[in-house]
Design a protein around this ligand. Sequence first.
Ligand SMILES: *[C@@H]1O[C@H](CO)[C@@H](O)[C@H](O)[C@H]1NC(C)=O
Length: 367
Amino acid sequence: MLGTARLRYWAGLVLKVLAVWFAKVLLQKQPIMSTFVDDEIDVIDGVESEDEVDFVEEMRLPEEKKVDDRLSVGSRTYGCKHYRRRCRIRAPCCKEIFDCRHCHNEAKNTNEVDDSKRHDIPRHRVEKVICSLCDHEQDVKQVCENCGVCMGEYFCTKCKFFDDETEKEQYHCDACGICRIGGRDNFFHCDRCGSCYSNALQNGHPCVENAMHQNCPVCVEYLFDSVMDISVLPCGHTMHQICLEEMNMHSQFCCPICSKSTQNMSRVWERLDQEVYLTPMPEEYRQKKVWILCNDCGTTSDVYYHVIGHKCLRCGSYNTRSTCPPSQSRRAEPRPSMGMLPEAIESSVSPNPAQPGRTLAAEMSAE
Ligand SMILES: *[C@@H]1O[C@H](CO)[C@@H](O)[C@H](O)[C@H]1NC(C)=O
């Protein structure tokens, strides 16, 4: 009798343990099931309803939540004047620590630095980053191996580049070999010009061999990896938008490289036509003729001399320079490009010289 009671007791215990184990297994399964379902919803509907998101959120394991919270700690609160990011870099060249490559280049190229010691950082050779939150130095990676924070929401392994401000729509262009901003879909890489250009320029922009691998003709900064806006002029040459605006403010409307007009000048030429018409030259100059070379279309023609300007007979541009008659053109020594518009224009055409500059900027960026 005693034996049967014992047997019952043990059998009951075993059943209880089995029941608990089953319940545990079932509970553990549940989150896995829900993600799976969630995946299905995603595929079918494309968008999850808010309730479903809440449900998934609740069902997530607490560790998962913690990891996610940790990743976003300090987003946009660290960085320098160039980038918001949560790491600093150790420069492979001088082994010093900087917030970013621009900070390095600024610090290492000032007048205080000895000429022979000035240098730019080899950006692709950066190997070590220092987490801004825990100061742990480590190989380049997106998430800090020590404290688990995401050091840059945008992260490029090739450029060793971090940035928390993803609204800039950073993307890496393999042909350029660097990261650019503005969204991959909005740009195409022009192999001849050697850079990414706005899609708006895709159909028939004037290609200039390596146009972007030049210095800005005004401020002499290298354009290819400049972080400032760049204008592609109608002639295909490139310069900083801000330098172009500066030129316009000083009534310079021709490309510093090839002297072609930097914007549609037809209205200015119309005003000049009137100006010339209203300003007859003194009798003794009326028959005087000069040879001109048009900076815009390259045509040589002989026109009546006028103090205000000389109009190209072919394209009507006043962006011309005096030249030798065609027979002597071999010996012709073109004069250095002068500010193409005589002072007369500034006073008569635009009372506010900054005005045409602004319209130009808008035209250029829209092109
Ligand atoms: C330049 O502007 C005028 C009007 O101001 C317009 O008629 C002409 O088509 C424009 N030329 C070009 C090349 O855009």
